[in-house]
Ligand binder design. Structure first.
Ligand code: SAH
Length: 239
């Protein structure tokens, strides 16, 4: 038998998500509840019986490939953004995307499980996954074993965001969001608010105000900037 040092894994599904680029995706799942996505199972796994029983669970663990950062090398020590880029920690003490094996792990709330034609889907709520993410495995979240009440959080803060600043929409952005919502079922106003509240800027820009940023959600590019005591949504551009 050959030494067990490398393995071949195959994609079981692909994520379709509101996040079309890495910038703006929250640091962990559950932080932006309005983020909608779905997993499409790929053949030969595209069948409903493979998910039989999953509808009894509210959440799943998703193991996936960080496919959008596979060309960059991993380092033994990295600077987690949550520490303002000031302190270095071992890569295995962090949830960094650049790792020896580019595998991600997210616990995500599930919605409907269904087929459209020959395709099989699982709806996801609050996922932190880029559009096109290849999925390796799905497992049910087991509250009795996975919910550890007295767990220690290391360097990670006990709250997702220490200081939430209000998000204010310009008159133009507000009208553009309302127009979009009347045409689509997507609650884009809440989605934008929840994402910007997390302050997605890299730590080296976190002190800077009035600089214009853009985040792509679905087919929209959201232009926004940080002011001293709030975030402002400037306008929405259609891609
Ligand atoms: N919950 C996961 C991901 C944490 S890192 C885990 O702990 O393993 C979160 C970051 O992953 C997000 O900010 C996003 O930019 C990045 N990300 C999500 N999907 C990705 C993908 N397919 N390729 C590369 N980066 C991705």
């Amino acid at each position: 038998m050959p030494p067990l040092q490398s393995f071949t894994l195959s994609t079981i599904g692909i994520v379709h998500s509101c996040y079309k680029e890495k910038f703006g995706i929250p640091r962990q799942p559950g932080l932006v509840s309005e983020a909608t996505a779905r997993i499409e199972l790929v053949p030969p796994y595209s069948r409903l019986d493979i998910l039989d029983g999953l509808d009894g669970f509210s959440h799943i663990w998703i193991q996936f490939i960080f496919h959008a950062c596979m060309t960059e090398n991993w380092k033994a020590k990295i600077r987690p953004p949550r520490l303002g880029g000031k302190k270095k920690l071992g890569v295995f003490a962090t949830r960094a995307t650049h790792r020896p094996n580019p595998i991600g792990l997210s616990v995500v709330k599930i919605g409907n499980i269904y087929q459209e034609g020959k395709k099989t889907f699982i709806d996801l709520h609050g996922a932190d996954l880029l559009d096109g993410t290849p999925v390796l495995d799905i497992k049910p979240y087991l509250p009795y074993a996975d919910n550890i009440e007295d767990a220690k959080g290391g360097f990670a803060p006990s709250q997702a965001t220490s200081q939430i600043k209000p998000v204010i929409f310009s008159e133009l952005a507000k009208a553009q969001c309302e127009d979009y919502e009347s045409l689509h079922k997507r609650k884009i106003t809440t989605l934008i608010k929840q994402i910007i509240e997390q302050d997605p800027r890299p730590s080296y820009l976190s002190e800077q105000t009035d600089r214009e940023h853009g985040i792509t959600l679905w087919d929209l590019n959201i232009k926004w900037c940080a002011r001293i005591d709030h975030f402002e949504i400037l306008r929405i551009e259609v891609e």
